[in-house]
Design a binder for this molecule. Structure first.
Ligand code: SF4
Length: 337
């Protein structure tokens, strides 16, 4: 039987051994509630105002050179390729700004094409020229050092690049056109340039072990990140992993609580994938220590079904939902809305 007191006190003493982490990942029932309580206490100590960053997402393009086996983007069944031009991106950000949003995430498939990068560079330059109180987060995949640098100089100071799994073999199996080493190299380049970097993993990849998850936690802790995250694997229609079982929501929530305890100062989102997998999933993510919520209100409706990162039927939580879960979790937004 797992000794909950022993594991929690080991965590408080910053004992992050594989054994301690594996035991904590298995917590359910009252042991899990106590793990969440420690995560909330840790968050409150480092974010005493109990504010959550609210970020809007604009999915700027579904063109991708990767073919991750868990993702339905870019496959031969893709009905339509799209890329928003810089004017459209600026216009969408303006709309969100007027709604009170001050943090916007520009997400796309991985596309190193110069025209595409120039387009993003142009949009970021324009947005940051108009508003000096807006935070642009980029999530565009592996690019060259020079491209990362140009986007940073254009005004984007935050970048999310998840390593997905710390098991190099599993990484190659899931992402056959990329390597773990290359991914880590990109994360290090982003840190070197000065970005606030976000990274993290997926829980429930086919063949992933509990020990892999513990190693993911240790890697997240070792990297000089400003943001960390974990998402739950959902088998996407039309992907290679369409028939695989989904990830375990309890492991995912415990992973979040452990990320908070191990990395108290970082931003950590509660993701829409959790909402899809369990009832009130995003609220539970806040109880597990998250302090960031993502609102899918930036992508024009006609493109939404063409960005099926884990499902064409993905959940797109809107503002009202966040007011509700944040108030139930005793938190406030960092925006004016
Ligand atoms: S997960 Fe991202 S990089 Fe991988 S195929 Fe999907 S859009 Fe491309």
């Amino acid at each position: 039987m797992v000794d909950c007191d022993k594991i929690l006190s080991a965590l408080v003493r910053e004992n992050y051994s594989i054994e301690v982490l594996c035991q904590a990942l298995l917590f359910t029932g009252s042991a899990q509630q106590r793990l969440f309580a420690l995560a909330q206490e840790t968050r409150h100590m480092h974010f005493p105002e109990n504010r959550a960053q609210v970020r809007s997402v604009i999915e700027v393009s579904n063109i991708c050179r990767q073919r991750c086996r868990y993702c339905a983007i870019g496959g031969k069944n893709q009905a339509m390729n799209y890329s928003l031009n810089s004017e459209q991106i600026v216009m969408l950000v303006e709309f969100l700004y007027k709604q009170g949003r001050r943090t916007v995430l520009l997400q796309s498939g991985e596309n190193v094409n110069e025209e595409f990068i120039q387009n993003i560079e142009c949009a970021v330059t324009e947005i940051c020229h108009i508003h000096n109180d807006i935070r642009i987060i980029l999530c565009l995949g592996n690019l060259s050092y020079e491209q990362y640098e140009r986007l940073y100089n254009a005004g984007a100071k935050d970048y999310i690049l998840k390593f997905e799994t710390s098991n190099a073999e599993l990484f190659s199996y899931c992402k056959p056109n990329d390597t773990f080493e290359q991914r880590i190299e990109c994360i290090k380049s982003l840190c070197k340039i000065g970005y606030n970097v976000g990274s993290g993993n997926i829980v429930g990849l086919p063949g992933q072990t509990l020990e892999d998850l513990a190693n993911d936690l240790r890697l997240v802790h070792e990297l000089p990140l400003a943001m960390n995250s974990t998402t739950i694997f959902i088998p996407a229609e039309n992907s290679d992993f369409a028939d695989m079982p989904a990830g375990n929501p309890n492991y995912t929530l415990n992973m979040m609580a452990l990320m908070r305890i191990m990395n108290p100062h970082r931003l950590m989102p509660t993701t829409s994938s959790l909402e899809k997998m369990i009832e009130d999933g995003q609220f539970l993510g806040l109880l597990a220590g998250a302090n960031t919520v993502t609102v899918h209100d930036g992508t024009p409706e006609e493109f939404q079904s063409h960005f099926p990162i884990y499902s064409a039927k993905r959940i797109r939580p809107q503002t009202e939902h966040f007011h509700d879960i944040l108030s139930r979790a005793g938190m406030r937004t960092d925006n004016i809305i």
